[in-house]
Structure formats: C-alpha cells, structure tokens
Design a binder for this molecule. Structure first.
Ligand SMILES: NC(=O)c1ccc[n+]([C@@H]2O[C@H](COP(=O)([O-])OP(=O)(O)OC[C@H]3O[C@@H](n4cnc5c(N)ncnc54)[C@H](OP(=O)(O)O)[C@@H]3O)[C@@H](O)[C@H]2O)c1
Length: 329
C-alpha cells in the first residue's frame, strides 16, 4: 500500500512516500481504508524526535494521529464492514503506525462510527489536532465549566483556539474569546464570527480587560504557551483556571506569582491519558452529533494529496493556516 514513512527523526524532508506492507488485522484489530487524514502539531513533534524516549515506535514509522475512512476488516469490533468511521483516540503515528496510509490497523475501541450527516472531510477536520475533543474534555471534566462563565482560547487559526471557542459557546459561555497574531488573522476570525484580540494591536491583558469589563476570564484553554502563558495568567478572573494544553509559541514563560496568589488561580495540565476510553468515546459521539446538527463547524484550511504530506506539515507549522490541514488519501 502507499504510505508516508520516516526512518529517522528530522525535518519535514524525512517524510517520504513509500510502499509499505498492508496491515492484516489479527489480534482482534480492525483495518480501516483511510479516506482523509489530519495533520497536527503532534505529528510534527513526534517526527522531530521531541517526544519522551519510547513514545514513538521503532523505525520505520507511518505518521498520522487522526483520520477517517471505511472499515474493511471489523476485527473484534461489533461494526459491519463498510461502516464509515473516525479513528478517535489511541497512539496512532506514535506508539503504532498511523493514518497517513491507505490502510491502518485500529483497536476496535478507537473506532467511532460517523453519522450520515457528517462527510469524511468534515469529520477529519473535527478530529485533526483534537482541538474540539480537548476543549470539551478540558471544560467539562477538568475545570467544571458552568454556563455563563467566560473562556479565552488563544490561537484563532488553530485547532485548540477554534475548537475552544466553538465548544465554549455550545456549553453556554457568556463570552468566548480568541487571539490573533496578525490583523489578517484577526479579520479572518471576525469574518466567521469569533471575538478576537489582535495581538499585533493590543496586549492580551488589555484585550481581555476591555472585553470583560476588567473582570478577566474564568477559563483559559492554553495551546499557545511561550510568553503568552504569563499574560494569560494575568488575564484570569478571581478563582479562574488555566489549562495548559500545548506550546505552539514555546515551552517556557515568565509568571508573576501574584497573578496566581491574589486571584486564587488554578493551573491544570492536560493529557488524554487523564481520561478513560469511555470518556473519550462519549465525547467523540457528542462532538459528531454537534457537527451533524450544525452547532459546530470545523473549518478546513487546505487538503493536500497524501504524497505531499511534508508540504502539508510545513504549511500547518509555518504557513499561518486558518482551519485544519488535511491529507486526501
Ligand atoms: N495536551 C494535549 O493533549 C493536546 C491536545 C491538542 C493540542 N495540543 C497542543 O496544543 C498546541 C496547539 O495545537 P493546535 O492544533 O491548535 O495548533 P495549530 O493549529 O498549529 O495552531 C497554533 C496556534 O498558535 C498560535 N500562535 C503561535 N505562535 C503564537 C504566538 N507567538 N503568540 C500567539 N499565538 C501564537 C497561532 O495563532 P494565529 O492563528 O493567530 O497565528 C495558531 O493559531 C500544540 O502544541 C499541540 O500539540 C495538545
């Protein structure tokens, strides 16, 4: 089968199109014929060799942590062959071979059947980057979000920013705010109805104060980090919570501890390992239902052919994408 593979850690150019052995199923594993795969920052971190030792399987590695397709071998799952599925969870592209291939072996527990009303591209956009899933679990399971609270999800073009804003709204947020690194990005966000702080025009603290009458936000879903985390802690309301999700802008930040002390602030780390497979499965079902009812609209920036995976990955990391970057398999 055609697959993208790498046989050493490195830059985008280690990603090459190869002919790989087809997965056979076995041990109860299902096999999915992939139609559309997602491209995520996690794929990039893994390929660079920046995950902890042992997190990535021995070479060669087929990357791709998320995607959708058609079940061709049900394995131990109760689903019939031909079912359209998303791959929702697991360690694909990391501990086991991933989704940037024509066929992928999947544990039955990670198969999420797709409703007829959700097409493959939309389902791939929902799952790429896991922004919606992250936001839903972080708000409902980590910080105990209540309707009427305010949320800041920085990164207007990204999965966590866009998913965070849309999920916060669905859960009844009084305000769901995001940030943009440029006025161009801010305009794109406003065009799709987001409330955006343009960081090229005002600081995060000033923007949050302006939009919340000086109160600050109750929750920050922080996928950006770097210098922004210190600013985000300074933008919290009293008793507010920051969930540390990712680090698109860097891994270190300067924190004024009085932003923690005087506000009785709460800081949480976020990993999918915190949740049971049942929690993740229930969240995926809820998200697909929200898409089917058009209560959330995952955005697509671009769809590349599988063979151009390296270009797609570079575009996500360096190209200023707005919405998800996908691979057509
Ligand atoms: N812990 C977990 O389980 C988990 C789950 C999901 C994601 N993540 C991580 O969360 C991070 C974000 O993921 P993503 O999929 O949303 O990434 P993405 O789609 O690549 O988007 C990254 C966002 O970061 C923003 N950004 C980059 N540099 C910035 C800066 N200096 N100042 C302000 N904003 C900046 C960009 O904002 P603009 O659009 O304004 O340019 C962009 O929207 C990644 O590190 C990812 O690996 C972790």
């Amino acid at each position: 089968m055609r697959a993208i593979q790498y046989d050493r850690f490195g830059d985008y150019d280690v990603l090459g199109l190869a002919t790989a052995p087809e997965p056979t199923g076995g041990d109860g594993q299902a096999v999915v014929r992939v139609t559309v795969a997602g491209v995520s920052p996690l794929d990039n971190t893994a390929r660079q060799g920046k995950l902890p030792a042992g997190a990535v399987k021995p070479f060669p590695v087929i990357p791709g942590v998320s995607g959708v397709g058609v079940l061709v071998e049900p394995g131990g799952s109760a689903l019939p062959a031909g079912t359209r599925v998303a791959i929702g969870g697991g360690r694909y592209g990391l501990g086991v071979d991933g989704v940037w291939a024509e066929l992928v072996a999947v544990a039955p527990a990670d198969l999420v059947p797709l409703p007829d009303a959700v097409d493959d591209t939309t389902a791939a956009a929902l799952t790429a980057g896991a922004g919606y899933l992250t936001a839903l679990l972080a708000l409902t399971e980590v910080v105990g979000f209540r309707a009427g609270q305010t949320v800041l999800a920085p990164g207007v073009g990204g999965a966590v920013g866009q998913g965070g804003v849309e999920i916060a709204r669905v859960l009844g947020a009084a305000k769901a705010i995001t940030t943009a690194t440029s006025s161009v990005k801010a305009a794109l966000g406003r065009d799709v109805g987001f409330e955006v702080i343009d960081l090229s025009q005002e600081s995060l603290r000033d923007g949050v104060a302006r939009l919340t009458d000086g109160k600050g936000v109750d929750v920050v879903l922080d996928g950006v980090a770097g210098p922004l985390t210190g600013e985000a802690l300074g933008s919290l309301a009293v008793d507010g919570s920051l969930v540390s999700i990712g680090y698109s802008a860097g891994m270190t930040s300067t924190v004024n501890v009085t932003d923690l002390i005087w506000k009785n602030a709460h800081v949480h780390g976020f990993r999918f390992a915190m949740f049971t497979p049942d929690q993740v499965a229930a969240a995926n079902v809820k998200l697909l239902d929200l898409v089917a009812r058009k209560e959330i609209t995952p955005l697509v920036d671009s769809v590349y052919p599988l063979a151009e995976a390296a270009r797609a990955q570079r575009h996500l990391i360096e190209g200023g994408s707005f919405g998800r970057v996908l691979l057509s398999v």
